[in-house]
Design a protein around this ligand. Structure first.
Ligand code: 13P
Length: 252
């Protein structure tokens, strides 16, 4: 199968940013994204804004979703938001395992795997984020780390659950630092991840979209997206600036 027949994505991760007025302007700009059979524009936003997105994006091809979901289904878990609740608002996407959740909120590989399972169960497309710290890269264990992060999910939910999901490689040292992985550095890990998944299931490996995240800008997007195993980007800071975000989308 030719490589470029995989689905391609540009997904914004707003993180803890936004307000109703700024969101409205940004969403208006996103509406230029037309339905495309293989290219998806998406945004992952703070939970309280789902209602706003549901209205603003109702007639558009832009997909939206959460930056996290609970590992629990329902019950006495104060402050948690379930994947099923997220899905009720027309969301289609859910990030799981973002490095900020792993590092700042204690999401272990096992917790991330549970969250992935919940997102799947609710009919969302999980975007599983993996990536190494600078110390891990310098120690030469990048592949060990990302393989461990993927394996935890495969062990919990089975390799079949990766069908219809999305993987995002986000080297922790490139997030919010302005230091992008070079296209060759990113491709190396993306290629590894694809063959790692393909070892379990050839078809899933070859069709799995793998996005790159970490200081993606409109100025570097085309070169990154031109790599054979990079199927788009997960964009933080630049997703908050309409001109940058649309420039990245146009590079897809
Ligand atoms: P930046 O694009 O701000 O580096 O963030 C990347 C990221 O964490 C997306 O999930």
């Amino acid at each position: 199968m030719p490589i470029k027949t995989r689905q391609r994505f540009v997904v914004g991760n707003w993180k803890l940013n936004g307000n109703l007025a700024a969101n409205a302007a940004l969403l208006e700009a996103c509406l230029v994204a037309e339905t495309h059979p293989r290219k998806v524009l998406g945004v992952c936003v703070p939970f309280p804004y789902f209602g706003q997105l549901q209205l603003a994006l109702a007639k558009s091809a832009v997909r939206y979703g959460a930056q996290d979901v609970s590992r629990f289904d329902q019950g006495a878990f104060t402050g948690e938001v379930s994947a099923a609740m997220v899905a009720e608002f027309g969301c289609q996407l859910a990030l799981v395992g973002h490095s900020e959740r792993r590092a700042l909120f204690g999401d272990s590989d096992e917790v991330v795997a549970e969250k992935f399972g919940r997102a799947k169960q609710a009919g969302l497309t999980p975007i599983l984020c993996v990536g190494e710290t600078i110390a891990e890269r310098e120690a030469g264990i990048t592949e060990v780390v990302v393989a461990r992060q993927v394996t935890a999910v495969v062990q919990k939910v089975g390799i079949e659950a990766l069908a219809g999901a999305v993987l995002a490689y986000e080297p922790v040292w490139a997030i919010g630092t302005g230091k992008t992985a070079s296209p060759a550095q990113a491709q190396e890990v993306h290629g590894f991840l694809r063959s790692f998944v393909a070892k379990h299931a050839v078809e899933i490996g070859s069709t799995l979209p793998i996005l790159y995240g970490g200081s993606v800008r409109k100025s570097n997007a085309a070169e990154l997206f031109g790599q054979p195993d990079i199927d788009g980007g997960l964009v933080g800071g630049a997703s908050l600036v309409a001109d940058e975000f649309l420039g990245i989308w146009q590079a897809l």
